[in-house]
Design a binder for this molecule. Structure first.
Ligand code: FES
Length: 75
């Protein structure tokens, strides 16, 4: 029903990235010493990388989200 659809839509967190896909998944390998910031706000224009769009989102909504920063290092 339209009520169910509205309810479902209101709970979505992704309104931007590959919205036609059933599920958005990225896979990546990294070089030693590489460092990447991955978006967790679903608003980056360079998704899956953070581009700072979370700062606008946080300011507009009072949210506190930010990236996952991943780096590789020799053990
Ligand atoms: Fe989404 Fe930074 S742009 S976490």
């Amino acid at each position: 029903s339209s009520t169910t659809r509205l309810h479902t839509t209101s709970k979505k967190i992704n309104h931007k990235i590959d919205t036609d896909a059933t599920k958005v998944v990225h896979q990546q390998s990294m070089e030693l010493g590489e460092k990447n910031g991955y978006c967790r706000c679903w608003k980056s224009d360079t998704f899956p990388y953070c581009n700072g769009a979370h700062m606008v989102h946080n300011k507009e909504t009072g949210d506190n989200v930010g990236p996952l920063i991943v780096m590789t290092e020799k053990l």
